[in-house]
Ligand binder design. Structure first.
Ligand SMILES: [Fe+2]
Length: 180
């Protein structure tokens, strides 16, 4: 289950309902899929063939289509990142800059872990959302954020889009950004 850490206070929020309530107030959608639907060998695999990628997408086809229908997403794909990814460090450096998009950033984690750093309302400031397999998040358009990996440095996630251009990152220069 996802966990929240508020950067200002180091306060942690745990438990599915607490996490969902907190994120709802921040206008971030949080849902949960059953990662146990995946065959065991795919639950811990981070280097995937095209066939395995299709298998993961078809395992969660009903969940993907349900989310897409409710939220207006039209396309989706699957990404896998791990130390086997060429230039992973460079890629992560590029990720770790606060930015916005003109559409929601949607990730459904099917294996591994990841973390979204999001600029919350003024009373909250920046907060981290630590995600694991089964966690589904949608960061709304125009909300400053970035994404990075956690210490295990591996993740597989479904990404959903309205249109690919919407995914372009617009840098968000923020003097109030709170480094971890
Ligand atoms: Fe983003």
């Amino acid at each position: 289950m996802a966990e929240i850490r508020i950067r200002n206070t180091n306060e942690r929020i745990q438990g599915e309902d607490n996490v969902r309530n907190f994120l709802e107030k921040q206008e971030v959608l949080y849902e949960h899929w059953n990662p146990g639907k995946l065959p065991a060998e795919l639950q811990e695999k981070f280097i995937l063939s095209d066939e395995e990628k299709s298998q993961i997408l078809s395992t969660f086809d009903a969940e993907i289509r349900d989310l897409a229908a409710r939220r207006g997403y039209r396309t989706w794909d699957l990404i896998a990142l791990s130390d086997a990814t060429p230039n992973l460090d460079e890629l992560l450096k590029k990720f770790e800059q606060v930015h916005t998009h003109t559409e929601d950033e949607v990730r459904a984690i099917t294996a591994g872990k990841g973390i979204f750093i999001i600029k919350g309302t003024d009373d909250v400031g920046y907060f981290d959302v630590e995600l694991e397999a089964g966690d589904v998040i949608s960061v709304p358009e125009h909300k400053p954020h970035f994404f990075t990996l956690m210490e295990n440095r591996q993740i597989v996630a479904v990404r959903l889009f309205i249109e690919t251009e919407g995914w372009i990152a617009h840098p968000f220069a923020d003097p109030t950004f709170q480094q971890a």
